[in-house]
Design a protein around this ligand. Structure first.
Ligand code: SF4
Length: 187
């Protein structure tokens, strides 16, 4: 029987179940279902981030839980307006996270500076500080949208080849956003 993560077979027997597949895929299967995000926010979108962890969206069911330290977090969510004062702190938190790590820009302020982009004190987009993997629109960005963004990060993880990179082999060219995955963010 094939799992949703293609190329990984799950065999069930009287003694239990066994997963068989390329080790990259098995690792990715574990990593994508244990995505821990940093408990961090800079403005009002952070309230929506807190709500996303609540019972209605319940990210725990995807294996996603918040961590209060960057050293145990895989995912940095830029939740809110980013002032120049906070930009250096954000970069430091990002640098303290271990690889592989992912960044979500949550809401208009984190994407472009939002309605404060003309301010002398506001950074016009989180990608000026750290590399962003997923951009989520909205002011505020709703919990449903953030949940969709976290699922998109899972899709990126699914397609990675960390062991091939570690062994010095050239990984297959991977399009992180193949045709089949485009247009899926409906929130
Ligand atoms: S996008 Fe809107 S809700 Fe989010 S931090 Fe900016 S002003 Fe606040």
């Amino acid at each position: 029987m094939s799992s949703p993560d293609d190329k990984v077979l799950i065999e069930r027997g009287p003694e239990g179940a066994a997963a068989v597949g390329p080790i990259d895929r098995l690792l990715n299967l574990c990593r994508k279902h244990s995505l821990w995000y940093l408990l961090f926010g800079t403005a009002c979108c952070a309230i929506e981030l807190m709500q996303t962890g609540g019972p209605r969206t319940d990210t725990d069911r995807f294996g996603m839980v918040f961590r209060p330290t960057p050293r145990q977090a895989d995912c940095l969510i830029l939740a809110g307006t980013i002032s120049y004062k906070m930009a250096r702190r954000i970069r430091r938190l990002y640098d303290q996270m271990a690889e592989p790590k992912y960044v979500i820009a949550m809401g208009s302020c984190a994407n472009t500076g939002g309605l404060f982009q003309a301010s002398y004190a506001v950074v016009n987009g989180g990608d000026l500080i750290v590399p962003v993997d997923v951009y989520l629109p909205g002011c505020p960005c709703r919990p449903e949208s953030l949940a969709e963004g976290l699922l998109l990060v899972q899709k990126i993880i699914e397609r990675e080849h960390w062991l091939k990179k570690a062994w010095g082999k050239t990984p297959d060219p991977v399009d992180p956003w193949p045709e089949s995955a485009r247009g899926e963010c409906k929130a």
